[in-house]
Every structure is written in C-alpha cells, then in structure tokens.
Ligand binder design. Structure first.
Ligand code: UDP
Ligand code: MG
Length: 341
C-alpha cells in the first residue's frame, strides 16, 4: 500500500489548514490605523515617469489633510522601474508601498494586485504615465464623498491617436450594452471606488476582466466627472493593436453573451428564410407548375437545415455561456447594511 499521497508537486491542498484567502485584509470599515485614501498605480516600464508622478501626487494630497498611501504595482517591468520604486519607497516610507509581480500580467490584473493590499476606505486608480493628471484626485474623492459608490473620470479632450480613440469608442459601446450602464468613457482609469466596491471586485473569481465594467456591474450609485488628459511625454503606450483586440475580447466575452446570441439569431433567420422559400416554391408549383429540375427546392431545403443547425449551435453556445458565467462565481448579491431591531 502506498503511504499518504502527498508528494512534491502533487495535490497538497487537503493537507493544509485553511487555504489562504485571496483577500487577506481586515473586513471593510475596520481599518484601524490605515490611511484614508489609497492610490493604486500599475507600472510597466515607466521609469522616467515615476519620480514626477510621486511628487505630483504628494503635492496634491498633502494640503487636503487626508491620510493617504500610494500603492505602486510593478507589473514585471524590464527597465529600471522597480529600482526607482524601491528608491521612492525608501525616501517616503510613510506613503509609498510597492507590490512587485512575478512577471507581466497586464494592466488590469496589476490593478487587482494593488486592490488586494490597499488599506484605505477610498481607492483611486491612476495610470503611471502622467496622462491622468494626479491633480484631479481630490475632485474624484469629493464626488465619492457626496455619497456615490464609483466615480469615473471622463476625458473630454483626449490626447491619443485616432486609432486608440476609435478602439475606445467600440469598448464604450459594447460595455454600455453589456452592463446596461451608459458611461462616456470606460477606458479612463482615473477612477475612485468605495472600499466595499473594491472588496466586491476582489470577490469576483474570473481572471480575464475589465475593471471599470466590473465595478459598474457591482455598484449602484455611479457618476462620471470630467477630468483632464495629457499626451504621453515619456515612454510609449503598452497597447499594441493585438493587445487592444485581446482587451476587447475580454470585455465582450466577460460581460455579455451577445456573440453567442448573434449565432442563434442568424440561424433562426436562415431557417425562417429557407422555410419561407419552400412555401413560396410550393405555392408557385401549384400556380405556375414545376421549376427547372427542382434545383430551387433543394436550395430551400438546404437553407432550412443550415438554419436549424446554426440555431442549435447557438443554443448550445447559450448553455456554454451560462456555464461560463457560473464558473466565474461573481457574488450574487451584496448587502450594504441590515436595518432591524
Ligand atoms: N500597464 C501595466 N501592464 C501592462 C500594460 C500597461 O501595468 O501590461 C500600465 C502602464 O504602465 C500604465 C497603464 O497601465 O501605467 C496604462 O498603460 P498605457 O499608458 O500604455 O495605455 P494607454 O494610455 O495607451 O491606454
Ligand atoms: Mg497612457
């Protein structure tokens, strides 16, 4: 008889005490000594921007009298970013925290990593490239304090290429359809969230996701305020054509079953058209007589079958889609508080 089946690299889960929870912080609302505001910044090869960013955030937040921290998430940078961040942390240990990821995971997973360690009641996300002016943070926080759950930034004058703007228009349209929440600018990462919303996002189990859309599907009171946008001065955009396409696919499949429904509808239409054509041929035969060699009848039958097949495929897809949304295990409901007694 082999002994207990614990081998190196084998399944060890059952033999551990409790698995580490993904969210190792205190429950919301109980952060005793933590700062009030946490700024989360994903960093991927941004060494020339980080010093300025830290200085501008500090200069903006110092006069507001709020306690704050800035959580830099180094997303596997290959330049000197990590060194610069470590230096900033050494100089300003009270405010700067650095999370280093094992490799490059992408902007949204990096922000998630930041979320998992924030201590503040209010969480602001910001790009590292200074395209989102840090000077806007107090306005976002003010708006949140008026009672909203999520405050999104909306870039009126956007300083990006037309290609980048066109891609964003598609994203905005699809996300608005999928989440049912119309926002003018889903791509803007200059946003503020209540801690409860951040905790809810951490509770969503899917891996590919798009933070602004996820937040909107988990929060009730969402507003958008206009924020400035600057051109990128140093470093280059990390979003190539293919990365943008991948992001859009994450968004489309992550937040809607629209593509699957499209197959069903095409199938249904084809089937109806084929069937209709068959009836037309039948009536025509009664009135005018048979057509040449029955070729068109064959077409009608073909289309009808093709349609039925496609429809079934779509139906199958519908189920797969449902399984997919189940395995993502998003929280079914979120209770803000219970009033009784
Ligand atoms: N970013 C990241 N990991 C990546 C790609 C980007 O952490 O794999 C960060 C990047 O450092 C920046 C932010 O995400 O802080 C936005 O990236 P970028 O400015 O390149 O995007 P764009 O402004 O072109 O949308
Ligand atoms: Mg940018």
């Amino acid at each position: 008889m082999p002994g207990p089946q614990v081998t190196a690299g084998g399944p060890v889960r059952d033999d551990h005490p409790a698995p580490l929870s993904r969210n190792e912080r205190e429950a919301p609302g109980t952060t005793g000594q933590g700062p009030y505001l946490s700024v989360v910044v994903p960093v991927f090869n941004e060494q020339d921007n980080l010093g300025d960013l830290h200085r501008r955030v500090a200069e903006t937040l110092a006069p507001t009298g709020r306690t704050w921290e800035i959580v830099f998430v180094d997303d596997g940078s290959r330049d000197g970013s990590l060194r610069v961040l470590a230096e900033l942390q050494r100089k300003d240990p009270e405010h700067v925290r650095v999370v280093e990821l094992l490799r490059n995971f992408g902007q949204h997973p990096a922000v998630f990593a930041g979320f998992s360690v924030v201590r503040g009641q209010v969480v602001v996300t910001l790009d590292a490239d200074l395209q989102n002016p840090p000077e806007e943070i107090p306005r976002l926080v003010d708006a949140l304090e008026e009672g909203h759950d999520v405050v999104g930034g909306y870039r009126k004058e956007r300083e990006d290429s037309w290609f980048r703007r066109a891609a964003s228009r598609i994203v905005n349209y699809l996300t608005a359809r999928a989440t049912g929440i119309r926002m003018r600018d889903y791509g803007c990462m200059l946003r503020a969230y209540r801690r409860e919303v951040v905790d809810a996002m951490l509770g969503a189990a899917e891996i590919s996701t798009f933070i602004p859309a996820l937040a909107n599907s988990l929060a009730k009171d969402i507003v958008e305020i206009e924020v400035g946008h600057a051109p990128r001065l140093r470093g280059e955009s990390k979003y190539s054509f293919w990365r943008l396409i991948k992001l859009n696919f994450d968004l489309m499949t992550g937040f809607s079953t629209l593509p699957l429904q499209f197959i069903s509808w095409t199938g249904a239409l084809l089937a109806v058209a084929g069937f209709g054509f068959g009836i037309f041929l039948f009536v025509r035969r009664l009135i005018i007589g048979p057509e040449v060699e029955g070729v068109f009848t064959l077409f009608a039958i073909l289309f009808a079958f093709l349609g039925v097949q496609l429809f079934c495929l779509g139906l199958l897809g519908e189920y797969v889609g449902r399984i997919y949304s189940e395995v993502r295990r998003r929280p079914r409901y979120l209770i803000r508080r219970v009033i009784d007694g």
